[in-house]
Design a protein around this ligand. Sequence first.
Ligand SMILES: *Cc1c(COP(=O)(O)O)cnc(C)c1O
Length: 337
Amino acid sequence: MIIDLRSDTVTRPDNGMLQAMHDAEVGDDVFGDDPTVIDLELAAAEMFGKGAALFLPSGTQSNLAALLTHCNRGDEYIVGQEAHTYLFEGGGGACLGGIQPQPLNQEPDGTLDLNKVLSLIKPDDYHYARTRLLCLENTTWGKVIPESYLKEAKSLAEERSLGLHLDGARIFNAAVEEDVPVSKIASYFDSVSTCLSKGLGAPVGSVLLGDVEFIAQARRWRKMLGGGMRQSGILAAAGLYALKNNVNRLIEDHANAHKLANSLGSIDGIDAEPAYTNMVFVSVQEEKRQRLIEHLNKNNVLVTGFIGSRLRLVTHKDVNQDAIDQVISYFADYFSP
Ligand SMILES: *Cc1c(COP(=O)(O)O)cnc(C)c1O
């Protein structure tokens, strides 16, 4: 059995989900008559407390459709230097939308310093791009953005007439960890993108949420970006199943991450950061890194490479407690004198 800690994107649909996909009633979503897609969009809008929702094939396309809806050519959005939207989405906003990013380093807790954000908002002067949007991410590096911060970000955005978008790929991890409904977090934002294909365990899909007018506009962009799908009820069924069955269980992934971080941290030679939600970051001496990866792979444990001194381990639905215990023992073997 392979234990895959590379990401929570690797989860496979389980039998219940496959059955739901098999049984899905479908239509043609480009004609707007796929009943299962409609059900998913209604359920998501209700869950997030937003006027409407849009089902898209990926989180990248969902964030891009949001950028294109909030901003015009020559506009600017403020975003974290290591935020997914800025760093890992191919520069889509700039390339396809003529939207200039204004990145800044995130604080260690994953937030953007709001004083720095203020200082980066451009004056209304034709030398500058028009600052239109502030984009946050929750969770970032597994960390949950505190609600007090979300309040401050919302009032800043209101005062300065900026749109506020959340890349909430893992918003459900944040909500479950804080024990709040996801609508609470979403209430601070004009638009939210979330992934069904991460910890929730669906094979494909993201949902973008906003008010009715925003989503109508985003729907036009989705078509242009090639995201208009046909019998996509088969995929939406997996998403609906995930929203019903796989949200509350995220707490198990968080418990597994805690256990992993605590146990690895007690091994001589490993520095483990405290685990937040479903992510664990460990550091080891440079000489040990390559052979550690080989040792784990040889024992059927998959990990991504070190980035600098840090290795990220992600827990999810397809890694149970026994698997976590095994991983701990492989690390312990490797570091035992
Ligand atoms: C995974 C992810 C996305 C979207 O990714 P896709 O692979 O395009 O679905 C966006 N933001 C964050 C923070 C992510 O982790």
